[in-house]
Design a protein around this ligand. Sequence first.
Ligand SMILES: Cc1cc2nc3c(=O)[nH]c(=O)nc-3n(C[C@H](O)[C@H](O)[C@H](O)COP(=O)(O)OP(=O)(O)OC[C@H]3O[C@@H](n4cnc5c(N)ncnc54)[C@H](O)[C@@H]3O)c2cc1C
Length: 470
Amino acid sequence: MVTDTPLQLRKIVEIFKEICTDRHVYTKKEDLLMYGRDQTLNFHLPFDILVKPGSPKEISSILKVCNEYNLPITPRGGGSGVTGGALPVHGGVVLSLERLNRIIDINKVDGYVIAESGVITANLCNCVERHDLYFPVFPSSGAYSFIGGNVAENAGSINSCKYGTTSKYVLNLEVVLPSGEIIWTGANVLKNATGLNLTPLFVGSEGILGIITKVVYQLLPKPKPEVTLLAGFKTLKEACDAVINIKKSSIIPSGVELICLNAIKLTAEYLNEELPLVAKNLDAHLLISLQEPSVIEINYTLEIIISILEKYTQEDILVAQTDAEKEKINRLRLNIGNALTNNGRRYRDVDVCVPLSILFDYINKIESICMENDINVVCFGHALDGNLHTNLVFNNNTNFSDDTPIKNVLNELYQYAISKGGVISGEHGIGMLQNDFLALQFSPAHLALMQSIKHLFDPNNIMNPGKILK
Ligand SMILES: Cc1cc2nc3c(=O)[nH]c(=O)nc-3n(C[C@H](O)[C@H](O)[C@H](O)COP(=O)(O)OP(=O)(O)OC[C@H]3O[C@@H](n4cnc5c(N)ncnc54)[C@H](O)[C@@H]3O)c2cc1C
């Protein structure tokens, strides 16, 4: 219990009920249960009060109370995070954005959408597509992650190699600051050189600087339906060389996903899918997707891609001709996460991003470190971005109470990636899992600057304490 006394807790609950009515304030264990978890290992953290406000004004009042009582508060989106960002490390209050779920305006002339931060990613994407517009950043968790969560994590997606990550599309944010003040960070225009740019500071801030309540995303014209293909390679080296040569070519596919042998086996088993998909005895697959404005351009891109792939594999390349074939190939990639957690398995997210030129060396390195330490590693992910998910996988009876061996492995791995110009996280953030490693990436001066920024926004350290910075 974080609050000083049950009496004080009761008082705060009563104030919260005045702010957002009795129906939206919860304290019973069974109501809180799901909100003390996200998708991070098997963590389940206790806390005191769950609030589900319905407006920025209510959030502002709640934050003022938290400041007055020095009460930690953790913003929560869809709870799909894998680094524990939405877990209430210091108990206190969890604030769910789920009631802020309206798409407010789609402006076709100026090419943007304004939506509340609790809109589910898939709902936003489907809605803008009905207006012949396109929002390209669809994380594999898009069926349940919220757009505010995506902004707070600077989420990426399979097609980020062509379109970039969330930060590229955020024009403006409505944010409730820890003090309770409500600001807009930018403007709904395509160019803005007016003063210090606060918008990028909030993108990727993981809820430690304020609560994002509205998002303005720039939109693109809707491309033609995607073409998907799957190529298999006898060796991982050939697959990585093919990716490098795609990068050097004149075309940019919307997705180039590497699926290593262990990932495809695990997922085929989970989906009850027959292997091989393209040929026997393959070490790696590349799942490639192409999106272009016209069919002519898609065909041109397809021709170039196939000519590159054929230099590195002698196997047939499966180009999905029908929606069913496309679905079958994509299902494999999108279910790797589910396969990893099947049968009670747990995985420790590893989301390193490295320069593409060292991708092959990085995979070899992690495989050898994990073999030495008797840990299973499953490799898949955004190859063209150099952002592989090289997750450490554990069976259901693993005890995580002493995670020193895992931390030792990660320490070695992160040091290697950083020494080659890489970063600890490409898209999943730091949360509560990775903050021990931040000092590997940044100098003391750099870290102190981050701490000062946090202190400036949140002098009482009520906003999502224990995340990113210790
Ligand atoms: C199967 C699976 C697939 C995934 N695929 C991808 C992928 O392709 N790409 C990718 O980038 N990630 C992926 N993720 C990770 C995760 O889905 C993303 O990080 C996602 O953006 C989190 O959104 P959320 O709404 O669930 O946020 P949550 O998990 O609820 O919260 C994440 C962080 O954001 C903060 N936060 C949430 N909402 C707000 C707000 N309104 N204001 C301020 N702070 C807020 C929280 O405090 C927390 O620190 C995947 C996860 C899973 C389980």
